[in-house]
Design a protein around this ligand. Structure first.
Ligand code: C2E
Ligand code: CA
Ligand code: CA
Ligand code: CA
Length: 278
């Protein structure tokens, strides 16, 4: 099985038994790693271009395995999706994100946490009740949790995903369509989804300042999204010129290394507090 994502740690490489062993071993260790506290979130701010404030942070999972060292999410999440272990990551992620947002809320920091869901999660019809139960348990206002789903995760099992997403949306959860532009979505399909936000994939944003085609695509995507009533976040913003262009295009939120890398909860608090003073 080969994919064309251009990743250098290609565990699917057929003639590499070393990598196959690594994959098997990773599969068997994720659950334990979650229990042992080897898994954490890094939080990356999304800044509102109008207010200049951090209103949302994206929770990005980090696994520091005792046996394998740091394993990037792009490596272990696809494996966990195949084995079904992603369920345990999602259970952990939901509770961790909600607990963190609730801690901040109790300290007077109104920072919403955006959690990434995977294809498997969208086929789980119990997910909406699980989310509501946790929000209730941690007394978190629903606006302080956001969920990101990719187009390909939705397409994986469109009917079931739509049922879960509609339910979440009806309950009042804010939903983002992630990695927009990298899949095969059509406009009619975008219209069917109960979304509040569109995130333009970093592939179109990383070289925005120097690439005219990207400028055209990003600009028209923002216009399209706004016409559909969606807010827009651009991810992968790495330089000041890109921020300026995105501002001109009317983009709502920016996220990327130029603003802040994904950081620990403590560093995130410092970042937010410093920013509020400026
Ligand atoms: P994503 O949701 O598209 O997340 C954005 C990725 O872009 C993150 O990579 C982030 O660190 C990176 N990034 C942010 N700003 C910049 C920038 O300015 N330049 C560049 N070059 N990259 C930037 P990361 O943390 O390695 O996560 C990779 C993917 O793993 C995520 O892509 C998401 O699909 C998945 N993922 C991460 N955490 C979770 C999780 O808790 N659950 C699930 N299901 N998936 C997750
Ligand atoms: Ca995301
Ligand atoms: Ca993304
Ligand atoms: Ca991505």
């Amino acid at each position: 099985r080969c994919r064309t994502s251009g990743k250098s740690y290609a565990w699917f490489d057929q003639d590499s038994t070393v990598l196959q062993k690594r994959r098997l071993s990773i599969m068997s260790e994720l659950r334990q790693g979650l229990k042992n506290g080897e898994v954490n979130f890094a939080y990356q701010p999304k800044v509102n271009l109008l207010s200049g404030q951090v209103e949302v942070v994206e929770a990005l999972v980090r696994w520091n395995s005792t046996t394998h060292g740091f394993i990037p999410p792009d490596e272990f999440i696809p494996i966990a999706e195949r084995t079904g272990d992603i369920r345990h990551l999602t259970d952990w992620g939901l509770e961790t994100a909600i607990r963190q947002a609730s801690d901040w809320h109790n300290q007077g920091l109104e920072i919403a946490v955006a959690l990434n869901l995977s294809a498997n999660d969208l086929t789980n019809h119990r997910l909406p009740d699980q989310v509501m139960g946790l929000l209730n348990r941690y007394q978190l206002p629903i606006r302080l949790l956001k969920l990101e789903v990719t187009e390909s995760a939705v397409m994986h099992d469109m009917d079931r995903a739509l049922a879960v997403l509609n339910r979440l949306h009806d309950l009042g959860l804010f939903l983002s369509i992630d990695d927009y532009g990298t899949g095969y979505s059509s406009l009619s399909y975008l219209k069917q989804l109960p979304m509040d936000e569109l995130k333009i994939d970093k592939a179109f944003v990383l070289k925005l300042a120097s690439n005219m085609e990207d400028q055209i695509l990003v600009r028209s995507t923002i216009e399209l999204a706004h016409n559909l009533g969606l807010t827009v976040t651009a991810e992968g913003v790495e330089d000041a010129q890109s921020v300026e262009l995105l501002r001109q295009y009317g983009c709502d939120m920016v996220q990327g290394y130029h603003i802040c890398r994904p950081v620990s909860a403590a560093d995130l608090e410092t970042f937010v507090r410093n920013q509020k003073e400026n």
